[in-house]
Structures are given as C-alpha cells and as structure tokens.
Design a protein around this ligand. Structure first.
Ligand code: NAD
Ligand code: UD1
Length: 352
C-alpha cells in the first residue's frame, strides 16, 4: 500500500523535526517545507539517521505561492501539518509586521494553495496564549479565545479565527487546532533537540545553557506572584509527547469541520521547581537571581487535556525528570546546538 504523504511546514524547526521523525516512524512519507530562518538542515539529517528513512526537503517560504503550487503539483499530499512561523514574543512587539506577514499572511497563502490543489486537511500549531490573561485555570477548549498580549499571540488568534471561518464556509475542510502549552525536552538519543539562535527567550533552553556553562546565571523573572513559591507556574510537556499528538491529530482529519485540542501535561511546575529539578538531574549547579516580572507573563496556567485523551487517545506520558534528562543529554552532546556540525546537503533537497 502507498504511504500517505504529509507536508510538514517548518519541519526543520524544533517541534517540526521531532514530529517529522514520529511521522516517519508511524509509516508516513514526509515532505518538509522550511525557509531555514530559524533552523538547520542538519536537524533533518538527524531525523533520517534515527528513522533510517528519508525526508524530502524543499527550501522555500510559506508566503511564496508559486513555490507552494509547484510543491502540490509535484507531490500528492494527503494532509498538511503547519508549524512554520515566527515565535519570539518580544521580537513580535518590535517587529509586528514581520509576525503578521509570516504567521498570518503565510498561513492564508498556504490555505489558498491547499484549496487550489484540493488538499483540505490541516493541522495548525496554535498556543495556549490564545486563552488570554482572564481565563480561569485549567484552560479548557470550551473557553473562548481571549484578548492577546502581543502580536505573536494575536497572530495565532487571527489564524485560528480564519481557519474556523474557512472550515465553516466549505465542508471539504477538516482542520485541527492544537493549542500547545510549554514544549520542552529532546529526542532520547541526544541527537535532536532545541537549538535557539542567540540568547534563549524561553526558560528551559536558558537553564540548560547555564548548567552546561555557556551562560553564567539564570534570571528568574518575578518572585512575587501569587503562587506557592512566588515564581510563575507553567504546564511543561515533552516534545516527543507533543509530536505524537500530531500523529494522532491526523486521524481526526477524516471528519470534516473544526477540531480544537489542548496539548499539555495538565500539571503546573514553577520556575524554582524547574531549576531545582534540573540541578538534581544534571548534577550541575544552576545559579540564578531574581529580577522584576517580565512584561506579559501570567502567574500560572495549565491545561485540561481530557478532550485530547477522549477523542484522540492522546496523553502526555513522559514526566518532568524525563523531559530534563533528555534536554540535558542533547545539551551535553551538542553544546553549540547543530551549528558545529558539518552541513552536507541532502541529495533530495530542492529549492523553490
Ligand atoms: P521553530 O522556530 O523551531 O520552528 C519554526 C520553523 O519554521 C523554523 O524551522 C523556521 O525556519 C520555519 N519558518 C519560519 N518562517 C518560515 C516561512 N516564512 N516559510 C517557511 N518556513 C518558515 O519553532 P517551534 O518551537 O518548532 O514552533 C513550531 C510552531 O509551534 C510555531 O508555529 C510556533 O509558534 C508554535 N508554538 C511553539 C511553542 C513553543 O513553545 N515552542 C508553543 C506554542 C506554539
Ligand atoms: C512564552 C510566550 C508564549 C509562547 C511560548 C513559546 C511570553 C509572555 N509567553 O511562554 O506566548 O507561546 O513562550 O514560545 O513570552 N522565565 C524566567 N527566566 C528566563 C526565561 C523564562 O524566569 O530566562 C520564566 C518566565 O517568566 C515564565 C517561565 O519561565 O514564567 C516560562 O517562560 P517561557 O519558557 O518563556 O514560556 P512562557 O512565558 O510560558
């Protein structure tokens, strides 16, 4: 039987590369479209190394309609998982037009090209940020989208709305919105992981770089929140669990309409709990100091992920210690991320 082909936009990035691996291992063919603005092609070579099978890589941009049309005419795509986008919250505040252009215009261009090609099955990477600051915890999919605090969050909310309207306007469409909580961790082989460019914005890669000696000290933003230890609480989930959620979501695309799922572990962990756990598992000190709150941070939120459990048969299976151990293995084996590796271009690479 012919394998179903999945287009993974942003498949060279952190979550997309792990998801591509899970898809290959589940028996799908994978075509990755990525412009490599925040990724290295080396990630895909690691995917191929682990999976023992290959990925078709196309270096191109989701905003390039001609590139997308060519891709859909060259490949018989069964469904699209759309990860490609810009994700740095603080950068979105200083460069809003870039964020709306890539995240919103790029998603619309992709949908138009899909519609023209008759490919109407889409899984979209959304974020817990769409619930907004006023939603009670735990967040549940029945809650409305709230007001957003920055252009990044607004761009996710806008695309969600556009996809909701699209799925209502045309019954051929089936769309799954996956609202991620805080993905961390790495593939257990130590070959793949998160490789942020420059100073990491997010907690986990920052702690990992402090523990490995690449940065001196963690800055903990705020210790006066109304939480048990005064620091912010988040719902961290393993990137492999998250990736498996995408494979399960593909099954949901056989039912037309809009389907929304939270993907989180359903447990809150504070910044100080994370620091303590990381130091214990890595057996390295993680020095830190307190600083004022970061703009836009919420005190605490976590997911109610029962809907994903009931309808997708998905649950986060890996605990915090495993998330940290896998991050640490990746960090130790690749202290400079993918950048120190020799980049050999795959023969299956093409450019739009
Ligand atoms: P990432 O930056 O590692 O991956 C995004 C990928 O998209 C990169 O490989 C980048 O090169 C590519 N890309 C960017 N602009 C593109 C364009 N115009 N055309 C083609 N490719 C382009 O980020 P990630 O952490 O893997 O996130 C994947 C998706 O999940 C993003 O949409 C992000 O907003 C969303 N998300 C991430 C998190 C998180 O904590 N990492 C949380 C919620 C939602
Ligand atoms: C952030 C974004 C969110 C986005 C997600 C993934 C904000 C306000 N939110 O989530 O919209 O979907 O990243 O890109 O930016 N922390 C420190 N020191 C650090 C880094 C973080 O104390 O150096 C704290 C933060 O204050 C927060 C917690 O650690 O309380 C988690 O931060 P982070 O990993 O950036 O995730 P979010 O803020 O939840």
């Amino acid at each position: 039987m012919q394998k179903a082909k999945i287009l993974v936009t942003g498949g060279a990035g952190y979550i997309g590369s792990h998801a591509s691996l899970v898809l290959l291992e589940a028996g799908y063919e994978v075509v990755v479209l990525d412009n490599l603005t925040n990724a290295s092609q080396e990630a895909l070579q690691r995917v191929e190394q682990i999976a023992g099978s290959s990925v078709t890589f196309i270096q191109g941009d989701i905003r390039d309609r001609a590139c997308l049309d060519l891709l859909f005419s060259d490949h018989d795509i069964h469904a699209v998982i759309h990860f490609a986008g810009l994700k740095a919250v603080s950068e979105s505040v200083t460069q809003p037009l870039s964020y709306y252009d890539t995240n919103v215009c790029g998603s619309l261009t992709l949908c138009r090209a899909m519609q023209a090609a008759g490919v109407c099955r889409l899984v979209f990477s959304s974020s817990a940020t769409v619930y907004g600051p006023d939603a009670p915890v735990p967040y549940h999919e029945s809650m409305p989208r709230g007001r957003t605090a920055n252009p990044y969050g607004t761009s996710k909310s806008m695309v969600e709305q556009a996809l909701e309207d699209l799925s209502q306007s045309d019954e051929r469409w089936s769309v799954v919105l996956l609202r991620y909580f805080n993905p961390i961790g790495a593939h257990p082989s130590g070959l793949m992981g998160e490789d942020p460019q420059g100073v990491p914005n997010n907690l986990m890669p920052y702690i990992a770089q402090v523990a490995v000696g690449r940065r001196e000290e963690l800055t903990v933003f705020g210790n006066d929140y109304a939480t048990a230890d005064g620091t912010c609480v988040r719902d961290y989930l393993h990137v492999m669990d998250l990736s498996e959620g995408h494979a399960k979501a593909l099954g949901r695309l056989s039912t037309p309409g809009l389907h929304i799922y939270n993907l989180g572990a359903g447990k809150g962990v504070s910044v100080l709990q994370m620091v303590e756990a990381f130091a214990r598992i890595s057996e390295r000190p993680v020095p830190y100091h307190f600083a004022p709150r970061r703009d836009g941070d919420l005190a605490a939120f976590w997911a109610d992920s029962q809907k994903a459990e009931q309808e997708l048969g998905w649950q986060a299976r890996r605990g915090l210690d495993e998330m940290i151990a896998d991050t640490w293995r990746w960090q130790c084996r690749n202290p400079q991320g993918y950048s120190t590796d020799i980049h050999t271009k795959s023969q299956r690479t093409s450019k739009c």
